[in-house]
Design a protein around this ligand. Structure first.
Ligand code: NAP
Ligand code: HSE
Length: 424
């Protein structure tokens, strides 16, 4: 009879419960113990043996019978210390913890290498969507040139609702919290931290370099208004929170997270509600898109289970399981500063309604070398001032910022109401 693989599960919340349900279908997998914060908590999990619950997570990482530690407790601490100890004890790791992998992945990958074990984290990026394994294996013949994705379901839900109902950000956020989509502290999602963690993980895999998540430029979606969504639509765009990683000619990595106007012809423009999608561009494959549920109990459990089964299938056969999934990098990425990045821009301003104002805005852009694709007045506001929208060709961020500074100094300028980057 072939050996059964013994699992220690750290966490039995949303992802842990789903993982338990899916893993229970496999006869070759034994879940020996599950660490939780509170063993008396009521849990509606059919067939759960309460005797295997413990608050002593250390016991699992030190248990010589356990082959794989599945960490789905979340947070940096004590998850970091527990995983380190498990690696030192020769255990393989499966985790869904993007915060931990983005922040401390490289230390853990080195420790895994030293101990001849592997860390798998498919669920950490875009929940149920398989993206890490395809990048490491199926797409390994490519030089990856660009990754762009919608990697946060909460913000995509909010932007989709704002678009379909014309509602303000705060109203939709409140509704999303009541429905349980957004957390009570939604800042990790709406300020783009969650997407930054995910793109940092993807970029380091795709470009084979260490990425510093703290250097990733990030904007949230809280400044997007229904007016921008409606104008964007008139110009042929939807607005999405995009996580982007691309290599420049000089091999620097341009990695950022911010809202973008996405052309309705782009496949990402039609990814709605809580769905996620990631477009990968490679020199051989061209463009491929991976889409699906980016979070949730069962989709995330699907990815966790896939990782567990991949490791289990090699235990006892291969002394060095899944060599392609070793992820420690020796080179630090040179990360492009936002000032040196290039994008197209949507700029919405509010000015006096006087002759020459539009021409003057055009001249300001021209002086900074910014080519305008469109400049139109969108009527008058109740106070008699004019609302004007500019769409630029590709421009350097630093030139845009200088042009905005000059616009602010004009007597006729009331407000620069919004600046959003554009992707065609
Ligand atoms: P969750 O529902 O809050 O569950 C956390 C679980 O960990 C709970 O069972 C909790 O115990 C246990 N726990 C927390 N701290 C502990 C400690 N110090 N010692 C022992 N047990 C502890 O979280 P989740 O949504 O499942 O997320 C888990 C991880 O998956 C996070 O890293 C998250 O970012 C990632 N992830 C989540 C999703 C998703 O859709 N939720 C998708 C992708 C990735 P109690 O039950 O006793 O409180
Ligand atoms: N909070 C995340 C989201 C789910 O809204 O997409 C976990 O990655």
């Amino acid at each position: 009879m072939s050996k059964k693989t013994v699992i220690g599960l750290l966490g039995l919340g949303t992802v842990g419960s789903g993982t338990l349900k899916v893993l229970n279908k496999f006869d070759n997998i034994i879940i020996k113990n599950i660490a939780v914060r509170d063993t008396n908590k009521k849990r509606n999990i059919e067939g759960l043996d309460n005797n295997i619950l413990t608050t002593d997570a250390e016991m699992l990482v030190n248990d010589p019978d356990i082959d794989i530690i599945v960490e789905v407790m979340g947070g940096l601490h004590p998850a970091f210390e527990l995983i380190k100890k498990a690696l030192q004890n020769g255990k393989h790791i499966v985790t869904a913890n993007k915060d931990l992998i983005a922040k401390h992945g490289e230390d853990l990958f080195s420790l895994a290498k030293e101990n001849n074990v592997v860390i798998m984290y498919e669920a950490a990026v875009a929940g149920g969507i398989p993206i890490l394994m395809p990048l490491r294996q199926s797409l390994s013949g490519n030089s990856i040139t660009k990754i762009a994705g919608i990697m946060n379901g909460t913000t995509n839900y909010i932007l989709t609702k704002m678009e379909s109902e014309g509602s303000e950000f705060n109203a939709v956020l409140k509704e999303a919290q009541e429905l349980g989509y957004a957390e009570s502290d939604p800042s990790g999602d709406v300020q783009g931290h969650d997407a930054a963690n995910k793109i940092s993980i993807l970029a380091s895999l795709a470009f084979n370099k260490k990425v510093d998540v703290d250097k990733i430029y990030r904007e949230g979606i809280d400044y997007i208004s229904p007016i921008d969504i409606s104008y964007a639509s008139e110009f042929g765009y939807n607005i999405k929170l995009i996580a982007l990683a691309q290599e420049t000619k000089d091999k620097a990595l341009d990695i950022r997270v911010h809202p973008m106007l996405i052309s309705k012809k782009h496949p990402l423009a039609h990814i709605n509600d809580v769905m996620n999608a990631i477009v990968v561009e490679g020199d051989a494959v061209g463009q491929v898109m991976f889409s699906g549920p980016g979070a949730g109990e069962m989709p995330t459990a699907s990815s966790v289970t896939g990782d567990v089964l991949s490791i289990a299938s090699e235990l006892g056969i291969n002394e060095y399981p899944l060599p392609m999934m070793r992820n420690n990098h020796s080179t630090n990425a040179v990360q492009l500063k936002i000032d040196d990045s290039r994008s197209r821009y949507y700029i919405r301003v509010n000015t006096d309604n006087l002759p020459g104002v539009i021409g003057d805005l055009g001249l300001t852009c021209g002086r900074k070398g910014i080519n305008l694709c469109s400049i139109i007045q969108k009527g008058l506001l109740p106070d008699g001032t004019a609302r004007i929208v500019l769409l630029t060709a590709l421009a350097y961020e630093k030139d845009i910022q200088e042009a905005l500074k000059e616009m602010y100094q004009k007597r006729t300028m009331k407000r620069v109401e919004n600046v959003i980057r554009v992707m065609d």
